[in-house]
Design a protein. Sequence first.
Length: 155
Amino acid sequence: MLGVEEVRKFIEKYGVKAEILKFENTVETVSSASKASGYPERRILKSLVVFANGKPYVAIVRGDKKLGFKKFAKAVGAKRVRLAKINEVSKVVGVNPGEVSPLLESILKLPVTLDNSVLEKKTVLVGGGSLKHLVKIDVSELVRVLNPKIAEITV
C-alpha cells in the first residue's frame, strides 16, 4: 500500500482534522515543499527517524531548524543519538526517506518528541506518505493524535 493511502486511513481512523495536499513536483525536502506550497520553511515540519541508545524514536522539528543531538539525547535520557540510515527508515516506519509522515500507524508505535518551537505555529505542513503529498494540519491536532513528549531539541 502506498504511504499516502496509509496516511488517509490514519486520518479517517483517528478522526484527524487534516487535509492531504497533492503536488505536481516532489516535495521531499523542506525547500521543495516550501516552494511548491508557498508555506515558509518554519511552518513545514520534518519527521526524523532517530536512534537513541540503539532504539528508534521520532523527532519532529521545524523546517528552518536542525535537530540538536545533545538536546535530543538529554530529552530522551540517552547517551548515543544518531539519525537513521536510509535503509533503516523504511524498516522502522514502512516508507522511504522523504515520504515519512507523522500520521502513520508505525509512528504511533514509537516514542515521539516534538520540538517546543513547533508550538509557536498554528497550521503547519507535514509529510504526506509520498514524495508528492503533504498534509495541512493544526499543531494542536498533531499533538492530540501523537501525544508527543515536548522538549527543546533543535539548534
